[in-house]
Design a binder for this molecule. Sequence first.
Ligand code: AMP
Length: 395
Amino acid sequence: MNKKTVRDINVVGKKVLVRCDFNVPLDKETGEITDNRRIRAAIPTIQYLLDNNAKVILCSHLGRPKGEFNDKYSLKPVAKELSKLLGKEVKLAKDVIGDDAKALVANIKEGEAILLENVRFHSEEEKNDSEFSKALSSFAEIYVNDAFGTAHRAHSSTAGVADYLPAVSGFLIEKELEFLGGALENPKRPFVAILGGAKVSDKIGVIENLIDKVDTLIIGGGMSYTFFKAQGFNVGTSICEEDKIDLAKSLLEKAKAKGVQLLLPVDNKITKEYSNEGEYMVVASDEIPDGYMGLDIGPKSIEQFKEALKTARTIVWNGPLGVCEFEKYAVGTNEIAKILASLDATTIIGGGDSAAAIEKMGLSDKMTHISTGGGASLEFLEGKALPGIDCLENK
Ligand code: AMP
């Protein structure tokens, strides 16, 4: 998927509308930003545009203000943080397409950036309303999308504006396409995918798409119990989707028919209650007694997965292998993170809980790519077209 980037278009002296993902967590009491990573991640694209004398008009959503102005969701703290990180003032418009925004845009100079207010202060944003898209696009001559986290949404600022402007990607989306896209289109082999998380139903699309592409598929986490049941094992009180058992059966058969190695945990940490407190035992996957639930993979599974990962050259990981919110049952997830960090393979992490576990362990720098969008990376791995990427010009 070869999309044009900011490097492929002349931005000098041009007004450029940049959709960023400034949806940062705020402290409930002070309103201060508690984690500025998303803002830091957007800096390279913004800095490139400023260095090339563009007139930069930034926009983003923050939270869910439900289509009306709400000071709680104002981008004020973002403008402050951006000014700090860029070392120059980024003025915040008091509105999105209103008089204040218009005045700021009219006076913007080359090499300057301004920020529009939260695009979700307008209900039209999420409706991808063409009038709203037109109004937003009228501010600029070029549209840059750098918000991968919302690229799976067809909203005005993520896709609609591209109907009216030449549209290219920023560096963040470029990187997502290079790694996520590269893994799906042309992976170095062996290609191994690790899928975890709570439910098969959330990951069916990903499993179905990846089963055609990978050499080995490792399935762990809550999902594995539906697959155990499909093989006739007792799963006790483990999370299990009865209505997905037939599907799990057919996925097992499909993997076999395609010669894809499908690995499920061989042992599990089981316990009587869903908490970090009670005692646990380790049992084989076909020996889970009634009244017990599996909350993590066991040591033999970790070894088995390690063996399969050792020779991999491309690895995609999405979803934890146990209830990683509880320290006792985060071991499988953490061990897999350590294994990935030690390998020489291209390691791609599909956002969400697995990315958080890696971050917590300080292993982020050891991964080739950590996706900035949980939902978006999942849809990408499902092979779906993402509106925020589809709308960008091809090279
Ligand atoms: P997802 O958002 O689909 O990646 O799922 C993440 C959630 O899966 C986390 O909140 C985990 O607690 C949960 N999870 C992982 N393994 C299990 C398990 N064995 N039983 C119940 N929930 C699990």
